[in-house]
Design a protein around this ligand. Structure first.
Ligand code: R5P
Length: 304
């Protein structure tokens, strides 16, 4: 039986109240908070916002961006399992940032392929997933990683490209590694930017070697574009090389502003000027809102 929007609600945790309000408004969904209590021993107690009859609507949307993911995965387990028993027949996870997608192969015997484990875990909890630029390298589709009937992937590359076109018209767009080629291609196609992609070899969490492609960066405003910055070392190393090659400026645009530890400082030390990101992960660099595209995807799962 088709569900109407009145039969749906958007549930979120208190730390994502702003993002939930924006998404609820854009998707025209009522927004409710999941109460969360942490016991002194670290365990969690959740309480879902049921109606007077103790029930949830048949279509439940859970918003949880999965940066700092470990505890959030337990929250999702508790919330989704309970939602089923409280009347939810269809659960959509909106995870603007999806964690554990980079570990997609065992590089050494015995290494856990986290993408498969976490993907399987999420597929056992929800019916649909909406995310932005998941780091899919050796698998072609999100559905291969999370086998749910609806696995919707949005991209921050085009809205970031629109921002770059405003702030740095005529920029030279550079991807810091081969995996960024997909986002560079999307962004360049939208605004006709000159573009190029570096090659990278990773030696450790904070150690990478980057090689610039053949390009003339002399006097150019360069923007480095990637799906995410974690330690920032990938972008910092690329920025350093571009500065040495004569770039007039190097700015950074990323979908996911993880920026662990001293990442931002490392970027600025390497000569990076501005840093722009989407609001998939809340951060001071957020410059591109994703509520509208997320809401459109959500609406496609909620029959009118
Ligand atoms: C991997 O290829 C990703 O696209 C990023 O380039 C990578 O995760 C960045 O990591 P970090 O900021 O720690 O160098």
């Amino acid at each position: 039986m088709p569900l109407t929007p009145l039969q749906a609600c958007l549930l979120h945790f208190a730390d994502e109240a702003d993002a939930a309000r924006r998404l609820g408004q854009a998707a025209q969904l009522p927004v409710e908070t999941i109460d969360r209590h942490r016991f002194p021993d670290g365990e969690l107690k959740l309480r879902l916002p049921v109606d007077g009859a103790g029930c949830l609507p048949p279509h439940v949307v859970l918003l949880r961006s999965l940066h700092d993911p470990n505890e959030k995965l337990v929250e999702l387990l508790l919330a989704a399992r309970a939602a089923r028993t409280l009347g939810a027949r269809h659960i959509t996870l909106v995870a603007p940032y999806l964690a554990y997608m980079r570990q997609d192969i065992a590089f050494t015997p015995g290494e856990v392929v986290s993408q498969q484990v976490v993907g399987g875990f999420l597929a056992g909890l929800v019916d649909a997933v909406i995310t932005v630029d998941p780091h899919l390298h050796r698998v072609a589709t999100l559905q291969e990683a999370i086998a749910v009937p609806d696995a919707i992937v949005l991209s921050g590359a085009e809205p970031l490209a629109d921002l770059i076109a405003q702030r740095r018209p005529g920029a030279l767009l550079v991807g810091p590694d081969g995996e960024s080629a997909q986002w560079i291609a999307q962004a360049a196609a939208r605004h006709g930017f000159d573009h190029a992609v570096c090659t990278k070899v990773r030696h450790g969490d904070r150690e990478v070697t980057i090689e610039l492609p053949p390009l003339n960066a002399q006097g150019r405003a360069v923007v480095l574009l990637d799906d995410m910055a974690s330690t920032g070392r990938t972008l910092a190393q690329a920025a350093r090389l571009l500065r040495a090659a004569g770039a007039a400026s190097v700015d950074v645009a990323v979908t996911h502003a993880l920026f662990a530890g001293d990442a931002l400082q490392a970027l600025h030390d390497a000569g990076v000027g501005e840093v722009w990101s989407t609001d998939c992960i809340p951060h001071a660099s957020n410059a591109v809102p994703m509520a509208e595209p997320l809401a459109r995807a959500l609406r496609s799962l909620l029959p009118a």
